[in-house]
Write a protein that binds this ligand. Structure first.
Ligand code: ATP
Ligand code: MG
Length: 262
């Protein structure tokens, strides 16, 4: 579905991606983790062709994004929903107008059809009947939900989500994760998420890719990454997976204890 092949990218002297290869399996959730400034967001922007690689390839649905014409790239991008790290909602528009925005720009649906589609997606993210709410009055968690509704309003096959949990308390963060799990199940959406919330990542991700100093230092199924012997991976995970499960608590942390020991 998405193939990243030996990607190299530098900004001036700064080498950000130094030979990254990765394939994103369809219908599953892949998390990209790693320290700040390691190029996670840059990698995500390569996937949709917003940044061009110095060398290497990004192939989405069989299209080489760097070689493609603007028209071909556009056709591919329509199959993606994106929530960028800095991707803000329009504060001057209502919730409904924000979610309707891509439909108004990219489709010829009638106002009635747009309204119905938006209401449907708002219900999916747990905010039914909120069309008229002012975005400026929403909490951080509600804003994430509206962003998610906007990302899925074009019914994408893949959703790229840069930091779904940033700035959220643990419970709200959990709710967003649950939403991602549900949407994968119910809608078959492929998610690529970037997250610093390792506990949430372990819960939602089928695969984890870890970037460090321009290289992929882990890339495997989540359980396998938790057992990785790689010191840099262990150090990164150990910092975050410190809580053993309490009696009867839902198992959110498969093998967390095991990853922590060893
Ligand atoms: N357009 C750009 N021009 C120049 N440098 C850039 C550009 N985009 C990103 N960078 C640099 O590339 C490096 C990687 O940035 P990136 O945003 O991908 O980090 P990140 O892994 O997403 O970090 P964080 O976890 O803090 O979001 C940073 O040093 C950043 O300053
Ligand atoms: Mg980032």
């Amino acid at each position: 579905m998405i193939e990243i092949i030996d990607l190299h990218k530098r900004f001036g002297e700064l080498v950000v991606l130094d030979g990254v290869s990765l394939s994103i399996p369809p219908g599953e959730t892949t998390a990209i983790i790693g320290p700040s400034g390691t190029g996670k967001s840059v990698l995500l922007k390569h996937i949709v062709g917003l940044i061009e690689p110095d060398s290497g390839q990004v192939i989405c649905f069989g299209t080489d994004m760097a070689q493609a014409s603007e028209r071909e790239r556009y056709a591919v991008r329509r199959r993606f929903g994106m929530l960028f790290q800095d991707g803000a909602l329009f504060d001057s528009l209502s919730v409904g107008e924000n979610v309707a925005f891509p439909l108004e720009r990219h489709t010829r649906l009638s106002p009635r059809e747009i309204r119905d589609r938006v209401e449907e997606k708002l219900a999916v993210v747990g905010l039914p009947g909120t069309w008229d709410r002012a975005v400026s009055q929403l909490s951080g968690g509600q804003r994430k939900r509206v962003g998610l509704a906007r990302a899925i309003v074009m019914e994408p096959e893949v959703v790229l989500f840069d930091e779904p949990n940033s700035g959220l308390d643990p419970l709200t963060s959990d709710q967003i994760d649950t939403l991602i799990l549900d949407m994968k199940q119910a809608l078959g959406i492929t998610f690529v998420i970037i997250s610093h919330d390792i506990i949430g990542t372990v819960r939602v991700a089928d695969h984890i890719a870890m970037l460090n100093a321009g290289k992929l230092v882990a890339w495997d199924r989540t359980e396998a990454v938790l057992r990785s012997p790689e010191p840099v991976v262990r150090a990164f995970l150990r910092r975050n997976l410190v809580l053993p499960e309490a009696e009867g608590e839902q198992a959110h942390l498969p093998r967390a204890e095991e990853a922590r020991r060893g």
